[in-house]
Write a protein that binds this ligand. Structure first.
Ligand SMILES: *Cc1c(COP(=O)(O)O)cnc(C)c1O
Length: 468
C-alpha cells in the first residue's frame, strides 16, 4: 500500500511517511494509491467484531505491515481505553428508522477524539521507533485543539501548537484547550476566523524549508491517519444497525465542516460497505450544500452560528473528493485548485454534477431550525442533541425518506455547547470532567492572524520548549 498526492507530484510513499508528511509536499493531500476492497464475505466476518478488533482489521489494510500486528493492536487498544463507553462509539435508536452514532465518549467529548487518540499514540510510537522530532502544528474551529492536546500531552518527544479563532469557540472548548499547563503545549488565539488559521497553517506547511527545519507535523484532517480512524465507525454503526433487522441500505447524515468525517464515509463506501445516501449536513456556512446542488464551489460570507465547529468556508478535504470525482486525474485536480486560488471558485460540468449528486445529498440548516430541532427531539424523545448533531438530524429529516433507515453522527456532547442549548430553555447537567474545567487557570496568547507573527512565535516554542 502506497500513498500519492491528489496533485500528482509526490513520489509514492508508505503509511508512516504519509502520517509524518501531513500535507503533501506539492500542496495536495495524500491518498491511498488504491482503495482496498473488502469482499462481502469478509464484511460478514467483521460484523461480529468488537470496536477495537474491527479498527485493527480496517487500519491493517492501510498500514500494510509497516507496524507489526501485536504493536498495532496494542496501539489501538490504548487509544480506545480512554473512552467512557465500552463500545467506544455506541449506536442509539432515537425513533423508528432513526439512529444516532454517539462519537463523543472520548476525553474531550467530541468525535475528534476517535481519530486523535489514535494519532497521538501513533506519533508517540513513531518517535520511539525513529527518534524523529514531532512538532505538531494545527488549527482548530474548537474541538480539534482540545482533542489533539489531549491526544499528545505527557507523551515523550512531542510538542504542540494550536491556533484557534479568538472568541469564536464555545467556553467549554476554550477551557479544554487552554487549561492544560504544560511547557510543550502552546495555544495561540488568533484575531480572525478558523479559515484564517487553516490558511496560515497550510501556507506554513507548504513552505518546505520552514516545515523541514521545524519538523512540522499535522493533526488536522489533512492527515490521512485521521480519515482512516474515522472510517472504522461507519463500519461499526452499519453492523450494529443491520444486525437488528433486514436493512438493504443505510443512510448516514454527517454534520460537516472540513469534509473530513463525510470523506471517511465516502471511503468506507468505496471499500465496499453498502452505504445508501451520504448526507452532508452544514449550517449557514453552506459552501458544500451549494456545491452539491449547483456544482459551484465558491466561499460565501462567513457566518458565526450555533454550531461553531462547522463554521468553515473552505473545506480542506474537499480536494480528496475532487480527485475521485475527476477519475483520479491529478493533473486536472491541480489545474482546478490553481483556478480556485486565482478565481476564487470551482465550477464542474453537468456529468460531474450528476456524479456529485449520486455520491451525496446535502442540506444547510438555518440557525433557527438548528435550535428548533434540539427542542423538538428533547420534548418528543428526551434525547438532547448538541447543535452540530442537530444540524445532522435536521438534514436527515430533509434528505432521508421516512421508509429509509438513517444514522446521524452525533459529533459532540451537548455540554460543550451550552450557549446554544440554553437558548432552547433546556437546563443540562454537566459531566464532572467538564464542571472541573471552570476552576482552572487558562494559558493562551492572543496574536494577529499573520504568517510572520505566528512563524516567529513557533520558532521560539519549537526551539526552546522541552518536549516532555
Ligand atoms: C469538527 C467537527 C465537525 C465537522 O467535521 P469535519 O470532519 O470537519 O467535516 C462537526 N461537528 C463537530 C462537533 C466537530 O467538532
Amino acid at each position: 500500500m502506497k500513498y500519492i498526492s491528489t496533485r500528482g507530484n509526490v513520489e509514492a510513499i508508505g503509511f508512516i511517511d504519509t502520517v509524518m508528511m501531513g500535507l503533501a509536499n506539492d500542496g495536495g493531500l495524500l491518498i491511498p494509491e488504491k482503495i482496498p476492497q473488502i469482499p462481502a464475505e469478509k464484511l460478514k466476518e467483521m460484523s461480529q467484531l468488537t470496536y477495537q478488533e474491527l479498527a485493527y482489521e480496517i487500519i491493517s489494510y492501510y498500514v500494510a505491515g509497516e507496524i507489526p500486528a501485536d504493536e498495532l493492536k496494542e496501539l489501538i487498544n490504548k487509544s480506545y481505553a480512554t473512552f467512557r463507553d465500552p463500545e467506544v462509539t455506541p449506536v442509539k435508536k432515537v425513533k423508528d428508522n432513526m439512529y444516532v452514532l454517539e462519537l463523543f465518549h472520548g476525553p474531550t467529548f467530541a468525535f475528534k477524539d476517535v481519530a486523535l487518540q489514535f494519532l497521538g499514540n501513533l506519533y508517540s510510537y513513531i518517535f520511539k521507533k525513529t527518534g524523529e522530532t514531532i512538532n505538531i502544528l494545527g488549527a482548530t474551529s474548537g474541538d480539534t485543539g482540545a482533542s489533539a492536546i489531549e491526544g499528545v500531552r505527557g507523551k515523550d518527544g512531542i510538542r504542540i501548537c494550536i491556533l484557534h479563532p479568538h472568541g469564536r469557540v464555545s467556553k467549554v472548548q476554550e477551557l479544554q484547550m487552554t487549561t492544560v499547563h504544560d511547557e510543550s503545549v502552546l495555544n495561540l488565539a488568533i484575531k480572525g476566523t478558523f479559515d484564517d488559521g487553516q490558511r496560515i497553517i497550510k501556507e506554513l506547511f507548504a513552505d518546505l524549508e520552514f516545515k523541514n527545519k521545524y519538523s512540522l507535523r499535522a493533526i488536522n484532517s489533512i492527515n490521512f491517519a485521521r480519515i482512516l480512524a474515522q472510517t472504522v465507525y461507519y463500519f461499526y454503526a452499519y453492523f450494529q444497525v443491520t444486525k437488528a433487522g433486514d436493512i438493504k441500505s443505510l443512510n448516514f447524515s454527517v454534520p460537516t465542516g472540513n469534509f473530513g468525517d463525510i470523506f471517511a464515509g465516502f471511503l468506507a463506501k468505496r471499500m465496499g460497505l453498502p452505504i445508501g445516501k451520504l448526507i452532508v449536513a452544514t449550517n449557514e456556512n453552506n459552501i458544500l450544500e451549494r456545491f452539491i446542488k449547483d456544482g459551484v464551489y465558491k466561499p460565501g460570507e462567513f457566518r458565526s452560528t450555533y454550531s461553531p465547529s462547522m463554521d468553515i468556508q473552505v473545506a480542506s478535504n474537499f480536494e480528496r473528493y475532487l480527485y475521485y470525482l475527476l477519475d483520479e486525474n491529478a493533473k486536472e485536480v491541480s489545474a482546478l485548485m490553481d483556478q480556485f486560488k486565482a478565481e476564487g471558485q470551482i465550477v464542474v460540468g453537468e456529468t460531474q454534477l450528476r456524479q456529485v449528486q449520486a455520491d451525496f445529498a446535502a442540506h444547510g440548516v438555518a440557525g433557527e431550525d438548528c435550535l428548533k430541532t434540539i427542542s423538538k427531539y428533547y420534548n418528543e424523545t428526551g434525547y438532547l442533541l448538541d447543535p452540530h448533531t442537530s444540524c445532522g438530524v435536521a438534514a436527515y429529516e430533509t434528505c432521508s425518506a421516512p421508509e429509509e433507515v438513517c444514522v446521524t453522527l452525533a459529533t459532540a456532547h451537548p455540554a460543550k455547547f451550552n450557549e446554544s442549548i440554553s437558548l432552547c430553555d433546556i437546563e443540562q447537567i454537566y459531566p464532572e470532567q467538564i464542571n472541573q474545567l471552570f476552576e482552572k487557570p487558562q494559558y493562551l496568547e492572543v496574536v494577529e492572524a499573520d504568517n510572520d507573527v505566528i512563524a516567529s512565535r513557533l520558532e521560539k516554542h519549537f526551539n526552546t520548549s522541552v518536549a516532555q
